[in-house]
Design a protein around this ligand. Structure first.
Ligand SMILES: Nc1nc2c(ncn2[C@@H]2O[C@H](COP(=O)(O)OP(=O)(O)O)[C@@H](O)[C@H]2O)c(=O)[nH]1
Ligand SMILES: [Mg+2]
Length: 343
């Protein structure tokens, strides 16, 4: 799961990266940095007391820091190109410098629409050039389909509408997939407030059905993350400041991006895995190994909380709380799964 950080230059993306992954970004030649942020899962510790595993592995999110956008729009499309691979976007909107939050949010959302519009227009130009050539009929037919879709997307973007996958038919969906429009991606806005902001919740009212808004003082959080826990608490109390922990924010990201954690547990390894919410047992099996999809026989399921409460698999079984499931079982957050596969 790749989480792309976007925003204007100086909005606090690299500071956010540092907070999430625990170190400053080391940029490659394109101004991009990639690192993983482990997903906190407090229940792992309790499982370790049951299994005493040789190894513990946490699922993680991949965080991609990117070069910031320029407010004059020059070169923005190529800067945003790095994000086309991202599964979810966090748009960082700065207000720590006193900017008006509503204006900043609107400006940035419009920036993404403009970037997509530029992509649609460029592609349309290429399609029109190809249409002038003497190509075989099947190729011309394909181009005509693509042109119609791009025109529709372009008109929508010109009216300020994001590209929406759920409003497309199969053919349109396939064609737009390859362009990887930014506004088509799920995203949230992170308002980066000044350290002295105490009412972070008040920013949530800027959320829309498509784009949730949350506020964090990212600069302050980086400082807090470097303090020992007890010092952190007294510092916050003394200064009258409020904080969102990194773990809370990662959980929020998981929730907004439609992901959840399931677990596998044994004496060899206790491990957390990431999968989409409402995914099925066969998808979970595929997360572990693509081979498991073909060889899937059934899954043994135990709720992590039952296992921890009762202290052993044996006790869970004695109470009849384990269940065997087929491949279309909808995995629940915190399920501990054991897959039976054919040899
Ligand atoms: N006061 C304050 N300054 C911040 C905050 N976040 C970032 N900054 C400052 O803003 C500048 C740009 O931050 P950076 O993370 O590099 O922005 P980027 O260009 O989006 O990567 C740096 O000087 C940061 O110290 C914040 O929450 N509060
Ligand atoms: Mg940066």
């Amino acid at each position: 799961m790749k989480i792309g950080l976007v925003g204007y230059q100086g909005s606090g993306k690299s500071t956010l990266f540092q907070w999430l992954v625990g170190r400053k970004p080391e940029m490659d030649g394109k101004g991009t940095a990639l690192a993983t942020a482990p997903i906190p899962e407090p229940r792992v510790e309790a499982l370790c007391e049951i299994y005493h595993p040789k190894k513990v592995t946490y699922a993680s999110l991949e965080i991609v820091d990117t070069p910031g956008l320029s407010r004059d729009q020059v070169g923005n499309v190529s800067r945003l190109g790095h994000l086309r691979e991202a599964d979810y976007l966090v748009c960082v909107v700065p207000v720590f410098d006193g900017s008006d939050v509503k204006k900043e949010i609107d400006a940035f959302l419009e920036e993404m629409v403009l970037a997509d519009l530029e992509i649609a227009i460029n592609r349309l130009e290429k399609v029109h050039e190809q249409q002038k050539r003497h190509l075989p009929k099947d190729q011309l037919d394909k181009l005509a389909v693509e042109e119609a879709i791009l025109q529709k997307v372009k008109t929508g973007l010109e009216e300020g509408h994001p590209v929406k996958a759920d409003e497309m038919n199969e053919e349109e969906y396939k064609a737009t997939r390859s362009f990887r429009f930014l506004t088509e991606k799920n995203r949230m806005i992170l308002v980066n407030t000044g350290d002295d902001e105490t009412d972070h919740a008040s920013y949530e009212k800027y959320s829309t059905a498509d784009v949730p808004v949350r506020a964090v003082s990212v600069g302050l959080e980086v400082e807090l993350a470097q303090m020992p826990a007890d010092e952190r608490k007294s510092f916050l109390d003394e200064m009258g400041l409020t904080s969102t922990s990194r773990d809370e924010f990662i959980r929020l990201l998981m929730d907004f991006s439609g992901q959840m954690v399931f677990l596998t547990a044994g004496e060899k390894e206790v491990r957390t895995w990431l999968m989409r919410k409402n995914g099925t047992a066969i998808e979970a099996a595929g997360c572990i190994h693509t081979d498991f999809i073909k060889k899937f026989i059934r899954a043994e399921v135990v709720a992590c909380d039952d296992l921890i409460r009762l202290g052993s698999e044996r006790e869970v079984k004695a109470q009849g709380l384990n269940h065997r499931e087929h491949k279309d079982y909808v995995v629940q957050e915190g399920d501990v799964l054991l897959f039976h596969i054919s040899q």
